[in-house]
Design a protein around this ligand. Structure first.
Ligand SMILES: [Zn+2]
Length: 127
């Protein structure tokens, strides 16, 4: 697998109501929204992240939802998943961290697992 990396412009500071509506329209929010994964139903990037395209710009779904529910992501920081489910866009399963932490996190867990739907019990590893 040697996929070419597409040019992706990720804009997180211009999240409009239209973007939010598009993202929420493709997100399945479970009954237990704090603990269960929010399954993304829309398009995904080459590496598996849900996204919408609005006005020719690409918005990553989990980042949009994080900003909506939790607040701004400080520049230079990345979002870390606590549940290892790339289809999951739940802001409750995300926290901000550095890219170095992200790599360390993945290393600690061994590797990315790509389960279609992670079980909710015991996945909230965040302190
Ligand atoms: Zn999740």
């Amino acid at each position: 697998m040697d996929e070419e990396e597409p040019e992706i412009e990720v804009v997180v500071y211009e999240i409009t109501p239209k973007v939010i509506t598009r993202v929420l329209g493709k997100t399945v929010i479970p009954d237990d929204e704090e603990h269960e994964c929010w399954e993304w139903q829309g398009s995904r990037t080459y590496d598996g992240y849900g996204h919408v395209s609005v006005g020719g710009k690409l918005f990553l779904a989990h980042r949009v939802l994080y900003v909506v529910y939790k607040g701004e992501i400080p520049s230079g920081l990345v979002l870390l998943h606590s549940c290892d489910n790339r289809k999951c866009v739940s802001p409750h399963h995300l926290r901000v961290g550095t890219q170095a932490e992200n790599l360390q996190d993945m290393h600690n867990k061994g590797r990315w697992r790509r389960k279609p739907h992670a079980q909710s019990k015991g996945t909230a590893r965040d302190a």
